[in-house]
Write a protein that binds this ligand. Structure first.
Ligand code: FNR
Length: 345
């Protein structure tokens, strides 16, 4: 890949800009939630069970590395590192959008490398909702995927001058679900989802939804920063937070919700579980750790986080996610107002 294409260049820019805008101290809606600790937990940390079954495998805890990248030499290295982390921690990972692999054969190794480092773990393929079944099968095969993420990113597309201008995706999702052998996870890319979007997905038979809300990586900012004219800067604040999206999702009891967007540390993970997320994903936070540390150190830090999760659960008196969801929480007036205005239950 000595002479990289503009598509590959875009992938490098996304990584560079995501890192540029990443602010670990950034407040977000997870800070608008308080979990109530127990002074008498009456349990031991060793009572907490976080091992989870997902897509036929046992994983260490219901967390995952969410979609980021692939397509260039630089992002090949990142995917290799993410795969090492996922394998060491026994958690799932997603690759970034594999569209480029359909048109640029020499980019394929930047995705398939994940199987070199993580031959047996759960890997999610990633594609847009405008592809044919054959194209999706190629994306699945390339990473021997256990599930397929379909990203729904209308705000990002709108800001890109070369982006989609026709947004007829729902019928395709239904076709994918009916014809592909792997589970389909419909995901946003950091703008969240409201009830209407969720109900359309549910009615199309989609059982796994990653609401991926605002609070962390902001693709409006990233796409605006990629060109000097900053085409639609006023869209930088559009979207629902991850917390708001989980409140929107609350009514859909039969759907499996994944949550990502602005998860900064273990307490945010526990808060997302408390709000109903069955799996919690991180992209920006892990990319930022990799920017600052060698991969072995990132594994060590994330292993520490995995060890801290049972501690937090114990403080809340919860041995598992079912018990956690019964624990009390206090929402800020801002979130209370959101619930009232949206007439959410
Ligand atoms: C992303 N994200 C993303 N999502 C997707 O479905 N396909 C993709 O190709 C990408 N590309 C991508 C690149 C980079 C550098 C980042 C940081 C993120 C979005 C990602 O999966 C997630 O939905 C959002 O980033 C929100 O989560 P965080 O970053 O706030 O944890």
């Amino acid at each position: 890949m000595s002479n990289e294409s503009s598509h590959a260049h875009r992938k490098d820019e996304h990584v560079a800009l995501a890192q540029h805008f990443y602010q670990p101290e950034q407040t977000n809606d997870f800070d608008e939630i308080r979990l109530l600790h127990q002074s008498l937990p009456e349990m031991a940390v060793s009572d907490v069970h976080l091992e989870t079954q997902l897509f036929g495998q046992t994983i260490a805890a219901p967390i995952y590395i969410n979609a980021m990248t692939g397509g260039s030499e630089r992002t090949k290295k990142i995917n290799g590192q993410l795969a090492q982390i996922a394998a060491a921690l026994r958690i799932p990972m997603a690759v970034g959008s594999e569209s480029i692999a359909l048109t640029e054969a020499d980019s394929q190794a930047s995705f398939s490398i994940v199987r070199q480092y993580n031959p047996d773990g759960l890997v999610f393929a990633n594609m847009s909702a405008d592809k044919t079944l054959d194209q999706l099968q190629t994306a699945i095969d390339l990473v021997q995927a256990n599930a397929l993420q379909i990203h729904l990113n209308p705000i990002q597309e709108a800001i890109m001058p070369e982006g989609q201008r026709q947004f007829y995706w729902l019928k395709n999702l239904k076709t994918y679900r009916e014809n592909l052998d792997v589970p389909i996870i419909a995901k946003e890319v950091g703008f969240g989802m409201d009830q209407l979007t969720i109900s359309k997905l549910v009615n199309a038979g989609i059982k796994y939804i990653d609401v991926s809300g605002k609070g962390g990586t902001n693709f409006a900012k990233i796409e605006n920063a990629r060109r000097p004219q900053h085409d639609l800067p006023y869209l930088d604040n559009m979207g629902l937070s991850t917390v708001e999206s989980l409140l929107e999702a609350n009514e859909f009891k039969k759907t499996h919700f994944f949550a990502s967007g602005g998860v900064r540390q273990p307490l945010d993970i526990v808060k997302a579980w408390r709000l109903g997320a069955e799996m919690v994903g991180m992209s920006g936070t892990i990319l930022n750790l990799l920017r600052q540390n060698p991969v072995e150190e990132v594994i060590r830090i994330l292993q520490t986080w995995l060890d801290q999760l049972p501690l937090i659960m114990t403080l809340l008196g919860a041995k598992n996610l079912t018990e956690l969801r019964e624990s009390d929480l206090v929402l800020s007036p801002k979130l209370q107002s959101y619930i009232q205005q949206r007439e959410l239950k």
